[in-house]
Design a protein. Structure first.
Length: 651
RNA sequence: GUCGGCGUAGCUCAGCAGGUAGAGCGUCUGCCUUGUAAGCAGAGGGUCGCGGGUUCGAUUCCCGCCGCCGGCUCCA
């Protein structure tokens, strides 16, 4: 029999008979232990089933239950099993698609009756029983006609639609995967059998439009996850619990930071502690950018629609704008005609107006405007969510007007600010570079230059970045930044965007050294993104336990008994005079209870004040983390606070 | 906007086959004068999200609306 050569990741090579399956090869030529742990394999980089025969010389990599990619395969297996169970338990339900997502999988079903939480429990139980049956996944290939016949006979109209699409793209054959008596077509690969999946947990049901289009039928999406090991599942569920505890929507009101009221959906009420936090962030950022050549500006809230016609928002963005009736218009006119004004959803147009108020020389470029004006966007009601998706918010927004040749340096300067800011709160970040989309404005030469400048700036930062070809805005390429919080979750924060369209629309210009007019380029950028969203991220990142410089209350003095109150009051006043945010707890409670209160409020320092402290003129601070710093003179505590409460930027 | 779930005291939640509600914590008052995560006792607190319908009677059943939660869509 003809031999082929299989190279393994360690560089070694083994011979095998042509036609040997991957599974056999692993068992015979590598080891039975590995064969048992194997889920899928990679042949010359392509993911394949273990049943795949080895046809020619190849590189082989075995993916076991330790591999994250294998876990993804197992979750896809789980989606198949779940779909089969749903169709068994709820006959008449039609299947659609069921991909894996981060941390799990889902499957979309078409069924008139909604699935209830009890249904989910039932399904989950049956899925895990099915997994225990150890049914092999069997791959087969059929012609497109056969596949169509098969799914038409089952009345699976969504599957039929997908097959038609695949055929239209030129496919002649389709792969089917069968486990038990349930069949689905699927690119694969799949694991060897249901047992390999491990354990499945169903999480929730949600509506989803077929193919994401609101005009299509509404499907029911069941979300679930799977892990090879029950312990890993439990760890995952614990992580979800932990994330829930840190949920800014829960901590915000608890810590007196912000709240919402149904009279103003999507607009936060900033409570005293939250206002303090906002103020700290605002001051730090404002000082930082003013030190870096930015100028603060403030512009109106309400604008005549002609501004939005100029900017293009009236045509493209009106849905999201709060329109305002002009009381001086004729009341008998239709409402739309009376709405000649709008609250601003973005700052850029009004900044362009400022730029245009005087003639500009190349000598003053870059011109950098900074503002934190409130913005209003009429987001669809169903999208509102805590502070992360709101209708009123403020960005640390800047628009920079500069010459083409200044872009690289300017973007580099923005990176440096970001590094400083994100670094100060311990948020690592990565970048996504989005280049020219198909539908775009401007010539290729312009895009070449724009993308070149951004790429050059990006490379100079030595940051991790990935390319997203075609994802740029229609008027310019952009860089998006993701930060990763302490729970490993990613958040998209801010964007650096080049804009070549606005200067045209607003007829922006500067006089160059050649004494003629030129178009500047505009950079849109924010670092916090919006204060609202940034605060939400910080709350969850720190679990509400802010470092002293951010904490709304930096220290609380707690008295042991009533006779210490006067000293505590006096000491608190002294600390406040030095600029620290300090409160005094004079309540008639036991020390333990007061400490507990301060801990619940997650205050960085709780200072015990009793006989010893009064006598020696000191305090006994304890950190939120629990560390007892013991009795120290007040000056020592002032020095400590001074250090930890200092702004890490913009001081 | 849309699908599903939810809405009872400041918070967490119980309750009601239809007869206008209850606990713990917090709040207030009193006692205790307290040393590193909850002292004791008493009191107060609710238009059971809002509006309509059915009913002798609705927090409970029905309809509409509002808000929140999980998705989808959207997200310069």
């Amino acid at each position: 029999m003809e031999q082929i050569t299989v190279r393994l990741p360690d560089g070694s090579e083994r011979q095998a008979a042509r036609g040997t399956s991957v599974r056999e090869f692993i068992a015979e030529k590598i080891g039975p232990g590995l064969a048992k742990a194997a889920v899928v394999a990679r042949l010359d980089g392509e993911m394949v089933d273990l049943s795949r025969p080895l046809e020619s010389d190849t590189r082989l990599e075995v993916l076991t239950t330790k591999s994250p990619e294998a876990l993804e395969i197992a979750r896809h297996d789980a989606a198949h099993v779940m779909a089969s169970i749903v169709q068994r338990l709820y006959p008449g339900t039609q299947v659609t698609i069921g991909p894996t997502v981060e941390d799990g999988f889902y499957y979309d079903f078409f069924r008139e009756q909604p699935f209830t939480p009890e249904d989910l429990e039932k399904i989950e139980k049956a899925v895990n029983e099915e997994i225990a049956r150890d049914l092999p996944f069997v791959r087969s290939e059929v012609s497109a006609e056969e596949a169509l016949k098969l799914f038409e006979s089952k009345g699976e109209r969504f599957k039929v639609e997908i097959i038609h699409d695949i055929v239209a793209k030129g496919a002649k054959t389709l792969t089917l995967y069968t486990h038990g008596d349930w069949v689905d077509f699927c690119l694969g690969p799949h694991g060897p059998s249901t047992k390999k999946i491990g354990v499945v947990k169903l999480l929730n049901v949600a509506g989803a439009y077929w193919r994401g289009d609101p005009r299509n039928p509404m499907l029911q999406r069941i979300y679930g996850t799977a892990f090879f090991d029950k312990k890993e599942l439990d760890a995952y569920l614990t992580r979800i619990e932990e994330a829930k505890k840190r949920d800014h929507r829960k901590l915000g009101p608890q810590l007196g930071l912000f709240a919402f009221h149904e009279y103003a959906p999507g607009s936060a009420f900033w409570l005293p502690n939250g206002s303090t936090l906002l103020h700290t962030l605002h001051e730090a950022m404002r000082n930082l950018v003013l030190d870096n050549g930015y100028q603060e500006v403030k512009t109106p809230q309400l604008f005549n629609k002609r501004l939005w016609e100029t900017s293009g928002h009236w045509g493209k963005y009106r849905e999201n704008m709060f329109l305002v009736v002009d009381s001086e218009t004729d009341p008998s006119l239709p409402l739309e005609e009376r709405c000649t004004q709008s609250l601003k959803p973005m700052n850029c147009p009004s900044h362009h107006l400022i730029y245009r108020m005087t003639k500009r020389s190349y000598r003053e470029l870059p011109v950098r405007y900074f503002t934190t004006d409130p913005l209003h966007r009429n987001e669809a009601s169903g999208t509102l969510s805590g502070l992360t998706r709101v209708r009123q918010f403020a960005q640390d927004d800047s628009h920079i007007y500069l010459m083409q040749q200044q872009i690289t340096e300017e973007v580099g300067a923005i990176f440096n600010l970001m590094k400083l800011v994100y670094g100060s709160v311990g948020l690592p970040f990565t970048a996504k570079f989005s280049t020219r989309p198909e539908m775009r404005l401007g010539e290729d030469a312009m895009w070449d230059k724009a993308e070149g400048s951004l790429r050059e700036a990006l490379e100079a930062t030595k940051l991790d970045w990935e390319l997203q070809p075609g994802d740029g805005a229609f008027y310019g390429p952009k860089i998006d930044f993701d930060v990763t919080d302490s729970l490993g979750r990613k958040w998209q924060l801010c964007t650096i965007q080049l804009d070549y369209a606005a200067p045209e629309r607003f007829d922006l210009s500067y006089i160059g050294s050649d004494n003629s007019e030129h178009r500047p380029v505009v950079i849109h950028r924010a670092i916090y993104g919006s204060f609202e969203r940034f605060v939400a991220i910080l709350i969850e990142h720190f679990g509400g336990a802010f470092p002293a410089w951010l904490a709304p209350v930096q220290a609380r003095l707690v008295t042991v008994a009533e006779r210490h109150n006067a000293y505590a009051r006096q000491t608190g006043a002294r600390l406040r005079k030095l600029g620290f945010r300090v409160e005094v707890d004079e309540a008639n409670e036991k020390l333990g209870a007061k400490i507990r209160d301060a801990q619940i409020q997650k205050i960085p320092f709780t200072c015990v004040v009793g006989d010893k402290e009064v006598e020696q003129g000191g305090v006994s601070p304890r950190r939120y983390a629990g560390e007892d710093l013991k009795l120290m003179p007040l000056e020592s505590f002032v020095a400590l606070l001074g250090q930890e409460a200092a702004l890490p930027y913009g001081a």
